[in-house]
Design a protein around this ligand. Structure first.
Ligand code: S3P
Length: 430
């Protein structure tokens, strides 16, 4: 596993295009597989996580190929066109793959086993298994139904009304997908709004889906139309560059074509509160998702902020990079209501608390969050990624403003969501 060394930056200038959106790339392949006919996906994210999804659908009998223009082509076979895989499906590091596929497979009349890497095999699955069982699914997993591998014996599903205990787009999407296989209307209610890429894409494909506040109504057995879809830039990948431009002196960058779905952009409100604004220009809509260019330049002194449970779903993946910004802000930043961070690709609260301490900050961990007292200079030292792509990229950005070089160990995990991250960063250096 490679170690990446970062030195203090003299400034970042220029334009970049971030990695294509990971959530939307997964969904494009999954949903196109259930459609009738050929779908074409432009700007698909060729990173480890979405490639786990491609492999999974090939194992389920779907042709996923590439055309001469490098676009991904999926020949959908309809809702019930999948075939039983002859081996265990390995979802790699991808929570989105394992959780969303579970919903689809629960309604398909064959046997599947889903597993993943060491991190994925420690991530909670009861949150999808329990509601799927209520719909009549035969599904079981390790440690009494908690952790992968999962074994699914698909069959007919009943619709249900379900109140989700946690805000999670993965759980919501899994249940929406299971709802496609149930006779009648399934209603799923979230406690807080999570990203809605699933709802938007299924609506564009002709599903009978209705969103009313926090409730999603989905009617079973639709005929899904194939689509041509352009994947926007990933706001969560852009976030590392936004932060870098704000904290490195003498910086001004433009990040082009970034998805600004409101379910994803909570970081922009946090930055406003910190006194660092990002200009959002050239707003347009592409394939049912809002996109824009983001103009970011060196900010003045950052101020500490308070982040509570209502904001958490829209910035869930930005926590590690917000920790770095908080480390430079004057005062103590308080983050609460973020217990979900403990069950991401790593325990992100524990991991960031440990690494921020190593680089010289004072932090206090809580079960559902953290306090970070900022304002000090980061000490460049050896830091760990915990095999978590977002931790690796966040600590790398910290290295751009540290005293002494930052050595990020086990940094190859950035390929999970953002191959080319370090090349893009280097290209912006003045
Ligand atoms: C995702 C949803 C979020 C997010 C993850 C991707 C998705 O997870 O953290 O990176 O694609 O739906 P939860 O929905 O479990 O919070």
């Amino acid at each position: 596993m490679k170690t990446v060394e970062l030195a203090k930056s003299k400034g970042l200038r220029g334009e970049i295009i971030p990695a294509p959106d990971k959530s939307i790339s997964h969904r494009a392949v999954m949903f196109a597989s259930m459609a009738e006919g050929r779908s074409v996906v432009k700007n698909f994210l060729r990173a480890e996580d979405p490639l786990s999804t491609v492999r999974a659908f090939r194992m389920l009998g779907i042709a996923v190929t590439e055309n001469a223009s490098g676009e991904v082509v999926i020949d959908g076979k309809g809702l019930r066109g999948f075939s039983e895989p002859s081996d265990v499906i390995d979802c790699g590091n991808s929570g989105t793959t394992i959780r969303l596929i579970s919903g689809m497979l629960a309604g398909n009349d064959f046997f599947t086993v889903l597993t993943g890497d060491e991190s994925l095999r420690q991530r909670p699955m009861a949150r999808v298994m329990d509601p799927l069982k209520k719909m009549g699914a035969l599904i079981t997993a390790r440690k009494g139904g908690q952790y992968p591998p999962l074994a699914i014996c698909g069959g007919s599903l009943k619709p249900m009304d379900y109140k989700m205990p946690i805000a999670s787009a993965q759980v919501k999407s899994c249940l929406i997908l299971a709802g496609l296989y149930a006779e009648g209307t399934t209603v799923i209610v979230e406690p807080r709004k999570s990203r809605d890429h699933t709802e938007r894409m299924l609506a564009a494909m002709g599903a009978d889906i209705k969103v009313e506040g926090l409730a999603v109504h989905i009617r079973g057995n639709p005929r899904l139309n194939a689509i041509d879809l352009q994947v926007p830039g990933d706001f969560s990948s852009a976030a590392f560059f936004i932060a870098a431009a704000l904290i490195v002196p003498n910086s001004e960058i433009i990040i082009r074509g970034v998805g600004i779905n409101p379910g994803r952009t909570g970081l922009l409100q946090v930055l406003d509160g910190m006194g660092a604004s990002v200009k959002v220009e050239n707003r347009k809509e592409v394939s049912g998702e809002p996109i824009a260019d983001l103009i970011c330049s060196t900010a003045g002194n950052l101020k500490a902020v308070k982040i509570g449970p209502d904001q958490v779903p829209s910035l869930i993946d930005e926590f590690p990079i917000i920790c770095i910004l908080a480390g430079l802000a004057e005062g103590t930043t308080e983050i609460r209501g973020a217990e979900e961070l403990r069950v991401k690709e790593s325990d992100r609260i524990k991991a960031m608390a440990a690494e921020l301490t190593k680089i010289g900050l004072t932090v206090r961990e809580y079960p559902d969050g953290i306090d970070i007292t900022g304002g000090s200079v980061f000490i460049g030292t050896d830091v760990e990624s915990y095999g978590d792509h977002r931790i690796a990229m966040s600590l790398s950005i910290a290295g751009l403003v540290s005293r002494g070089n930052m050595k990020v160990n086990a940094a190859s995990c950035v390929d999970i969501s953002f191959p080319g991250f370090y090349d893009k960063l280097r290209a912006l250096e003045v």
